[in-house]
Design a protein around this ligand. Structure first.
Ligand code: HEM
Ligand code: MG
Length: 258
């Protein structure tokens, strides 16, 4: 009897671990699509979103982001509104991850881990771009070092890309993306994150559970995202102003970025 109980318990435990989506990572297969967002790619690789990366509905996104990173329904609906606008079919009710790659709809120049669309594939991870980004980070990424990497990528991309452009929406997305990755992988209150977790996710498109990351027990909301975006924006304006001052005093050239 006891032996039977234990074998059932072991079998149940085995089923639980094999079904745990945090452990169910598989890279994309033939016919699957991925896009320029390292996080959405990651969620598809775990099956939190359709593994195909295709036909993602509002409910798919809300359920997936809730289960993966504890997003509340409001923020998922807010972001779905942007995403669905990248589907070339008007009034569609779904999007696919590769729709997000359409240049200057949401996809923008000066990405942290992708080259500009003018230069190459703006949807796939690029180690050289990401190495520049992370060269600004200490062991911990915070608002200051996160912003410094944004400004560096802007300068580098502008110098290399005669078609470089950044809309107001694109700039807002850039600042929001940094606010988001710090908040989701790290601490949304202090706006800090262990650099290793960020490197692992970007480079593997996998959640860093192996490195000790866990889904937050508190929900992530639109207010938290926009509040942290504001803090990144404040720091961004501050750093741009100080580079401008250096430029005026003749020590530094920004290629007319500001
Ligand atoms: C790119 C974070 C969800 C759309 C990015 C980037 C980060 C990020 C850090 C910048 C990558 C880079 O610069 O190399 C996150 C996080 C999410 C999330 C933490 C949720 C946990 C979403 C959702 C959408 C989205 C729901 C739907 C609209 C995009 C797009 C890009 C992007 C279009 C490409 C922008 C570009 O770099 O050109 N995301 N994202 N993301 N994300 Fe997400
Ligand atoms: Mg881009």
């Amino acid at each position: 009897r006891l032996a039977a109980f234990f074998s059932v318990a072991v079998a149940v435990a085995a089923i639980n671990t094999t079904q745990d989506p945090f452990e169910q990572w598989r890279g994309p297969e033939a016919g699957h699509v991925r896009g320029p967002c390292p996080f959405l790619n990651t969620f598809a690789n775990h099956g939190f979103l359709p593994r195909s990366g295709k036909y993602i509905t509002q409910k798919d996104l809300a359920d997936g982001l809730f289960n993966a990173v504890h997003f509340d329904a409001n923020i998922s609906h807010f972001l779905f509104g942007f995403a669905v606008g990248t589907n070339p079919e008007p009034n569609s009710t779904w999007f696919s991850l590769d729709h997000l790659s359409r240049h200057n709809v949401l996809e923008h120049d000066a990405s942290l881990s992708r080259v500009d669309a003018y230069v190459g594939h703006a949807d796939v991870f690029n180690q050289q771009a990401f190495d520049e980004t992370r060269s600004y980070w200490g062991d911990v990424v915070n608002v200051e070092s996160g912003t410094a990497s944004i400004i560096s990528r802007m300068r580098t991309c502008k110098a290399a890309n005669p078609k470089y452009s950044l809309s107001e929406l694109g700039e807002g997305f850039i600042l929001g993306e940094t606010a988001a990755f710090i908040s989701i992988l790290g601490d949304a209150q202090s706006i800090t994150v262990d650099k290793k977790l960020v490197e692992y996710l970007f480079q593997n498109e996998r959640l860093p559970t192996k490195l000790g990351w866990k889904r937050s027990s508190t929900p992530f909301t639109t207010d938290l995202l926009l509040g942290n975006l504001d803090k990144v924006r404040l720091e961004y304006n501050k750093q741009l102003k100080s580079t401008l001052q250096r430029k005026r005093s003749g020590g530094f050239h920004l290629n007319g970025m500001v």
